[in-house]
Design a protein around this ligand. Structure first.
Ligand code: WT7
Length: 645
């Protein structure tokens, strides 16, 4: 692709990198030619096993049966904490930077061990056993990590729910995986604003009769309601318990956690990851994608409520004995220089964030960046959505001073870790491309008839070979797992994304092919938002689509049809927006509501979203065939009253 700018690997970076291009080629080939041998070697090198496996990989995509390291035993918490004590007890495991720039804290591996053991003992004291599900609804304070690791230590399965989700969303996730214990805090802080986590939990639990314990971390010390038999004061109780807690030895295929993510239909799915494969994949990708060196300070700005927080704030870095920065705040508080100030303050070497944050900060001008030296930075990364070349260039030139490679990492909640990415010492970069597959990853592009495309091509992005970090099932609904990922292309894992492969074999993600939106890197199902809107008694029908948004990547565009006799008003718009916020969370709020007297439907009653997407994006010359519509005239009204022109 001669029209695309390429940034070759810099020799200064390559000379210190773990993997150069030649090594990448050799290791990649080995991982594809003989995956079992490759993964066995990596598993020996990166993970402590209490017992070795009988077989490396038992996978049948046609049956959606995926199992790695069968017969092996290990404990993930031991791998992330205990095994570093012998040589690195006094190394900083976690640097915590509060929402308030005056507040930060360092936690060594020794301290982490003590905190996690006490937390684990508290869970045990409340009756939590191996296999039980525990819901974690927390702000970004170190205790969220302690809680996750404490679960892993005793073999409980955590389900972290993003602190920005509403009580309603929290409730449905608690019920779906039958959690009987919830871990929360009195309040969280974000950008100087308080998030009433305990109040939200109380509201959610009105409909969760089986929850017998709520462990509350007192953080802001706000006044909260207290249910004496149920609520437990974390600080008070943990202090009385032992600072030692034996680890539960787990089977490689025992569940480690559940994490809910949106699909194109129905309720969010409980994506289930297991112990052995997940921790190996999180560790190896963190090590090579971020070219991790022992003394690096590494910072991923995600929230623990998303997979990025699981794999690349906690599990991957801690498995590698790294120093990982946990940030409570937001990019623009107290001002738009916060990221760069934190980088200077803690001498951050590796910085991993989302394109939406980069775009928002780019809009604030470069003076905020230039106020900080950023001289510690060595490597930059992005994740969550396609990065537009303009934002990539700004990140590269203005933030990284043309010194730091950028790893544009493509992956999903389902994949557990990064699948497509440059390796910074090996891969020439092209702005906007997630470049090449990681070790053991065999991507393919499919046409509409299910044929694999060769060479330069565009199609549905699938994987033809399993990797250890792949999800194993949808919690409680294996059929949904099969239907969602393995039914479209027999013998392949279907990602839901479309992609293009260029002449150099580089991949360019073109976005979701299903009805899933990506708003500021957050995944939202259009069906979920529609269900929230139709809860209102004045609403007859709703259809939600995405449209291009300068900062968020995609915005939420809702077409709403009212019950006959109801009239549209700005007040109703506000009520509906609030309703979505209450049902899902503020991230799902529609950016635009358009009143639609009718929706374009086929004669069989199916809403033609293709047309709605075009109208929302103001792409009118390209509406396609509308002749099959039951009533083509509704389109004229929608065009006439569209919001983006
Ligand atoms: C979807 C997965 C992966 C952790 C955060 C999101 C989109 C993710 C990229 C990227 C283009 C990307 C895809 C994917 N996506 N990373 N580097 N370039 N698109 O996890 O919530 O499971 O969302 O995010 O569409 O399917 P998630």
């Amino acid at each position: 692709m001669s029209d695309v700018k390429t940034y070759p690997v810099k020799t200064e970076f390559q000379s210190q990198a773990l993997i150069d291009n030649k090594t990448y080629q050799t290791m990649y080939q080995a991982s594809i030619d003989n995956p079992e041998q490759f993964w066995a070697e990596q598993a020996e090198k990166l993970i402590h096993w209490d017992q070795k496996w009988q077989s490396v990989m038992d996978v049948d995509y046609r049956e959606a049966k995926i199992s790695w390291f069968n017969g092996a035993k290990l404990n993930v918490c031991y791998n992330c904490v205990d095994r570093h004590l012998e040589n690195n007890a006094d190394k900083t495991a976690i640097i915590w930077e509060g929402d308030d720039p005056e507040i930060s804290e360092s936690i060594t591996y020794r301290e982490l061990h003590e905190k996690v053991c006490r937390f684990a003992n508290l869970l045990k004291a409340r009756g939590v056993k191996k296999g039980d599900r525990v819901c974690i609804y927390m702000p970004m304070i170190p205790e969220v990590g302690y809680a996750m690791l404490a679960c892993a230590r005793i073999g409980a399965v955590h389900s972290v729910v993003f602190g920005g989700f509403s009580p309603e969303s929290l409730k449905s996730r608690i019920l779906d995986s039958d959690c009987k214990v919830v871990i929360t805090a009195d309040e969280g802080l974000r950008g100087g604003k308080k998030v009433p986590l305990k109040d939200n939990t109380d509201t959610a639990l009105k409909h969760c009769p089986d929850v017998h314990t709520v462990i509350v971390v007192k953080y802001t010390h706000a006044k909260i309601n207290w249910t004496p038999e149920r609520d437990v004061d974390y600080q008070q109780q943990a202090a009385t318990l032992s600072s030692e807690c034996p680890v539960e030895i787990m089977d490689a295929e025992d569940p480690l956690f559940i994490l809910y993510t949106s699909g194109s239909t129905g309720k969010p799915k409980g994506v289930l990851h297991t112990c052995g494969g997940y921790i190996l994949y999180a560790a190896i990708t963190h090590k090579y994608v971020f070219d991790h060196h022992d003394n690096d300070v590494y910072w991923c700005t995600a929230d623990a409520g998303w997979i990025t927080g699981h794999s690349y704030i906690f599990y991957g870095p801690l498995a590698n004995g790294a120093t990982t920065l946990v940030f409570e705040g937001v990019p623009t508080y107290p001002d738009a220089g916060r990221f760069w100030q934190v980088i200077d303050k803690h001498k951050v070497n590796t910085f991993y964030t989302a394109p939406t944050a980069i775009r928002a900060l780019m809009g604030q001008g470069e003076q905020f960046v230039k106020q900080a030296s950023r001289s510690s930075l060595r490597l930059l990364g992005t994740v969550g959505e396609p990065i537009n070349p303009e934002a990539w260039e700004w990140y590269y030139h203005t933030v990284g001073d043309e010194r730091c490679p950028i790893v544009d990492t493509w992956w999903q909640t389902e994949t557990g870790g990064i699948l497509l990415t440059p390796l910074p010492g090996a891969t020439d970069l092209k702005p906007g491309s997630a470049t090449r597959p990681f070790f053991g990853i065999k991507p393919a592009l499919m046409d509409a008839d299910g044929n694999e495309l060769e060479g330069e091509a565009s199609g549905a992005l699938v994987m033809s070979q399993s990797w250890p970090g792949q999800m194993r099932t949808v919690y409680g609904d294996h059929q949904r797992f099969i239907d969602t990922y393995f039914s479209q292309y027999k013998g392949y894992y279907f990602s839901g994304d479309g992609a293009r492969r260029d002449a150099d074999g580089y991949y360019w993600i073109t976005g979701r092919m299903d009805d899933v939106l990506n708003v500021s890197g957050h995944r939202l199902g259009t069906a979920e938002i529609e269900s929230a809107l139709v809860l209102h008694e004045d609403v007859a029908e709703a259809a939600v689509v995405g449209y291009p948004h300068d900062i968020k990547g995609q915005g939420v565009y809702a077409y709403v049809t009212l019950m006959s006799g109801q009239s549209p008003s700005d007040e109703l718009k506000q009520t509906l927006t609030k309703l979505v916020s209450q049902e899902i969370g503020a991230i799902a709020k529609p950016d635009v509501i358009q009143w639609a007297p009718g929706l374009p439907k086929t004669r069989s009653g199916k809403i033609m979203r293709r047309i709605l997407r075009k109208i929302a994006s103001n792409e009118l010359d390209n509406l396609g065939d509308t002749s099959t519509l039951a009533d083509p005239s509704v389109v004229d009204d929608l065009i006439e009253n569209r919001a983006n022109r």
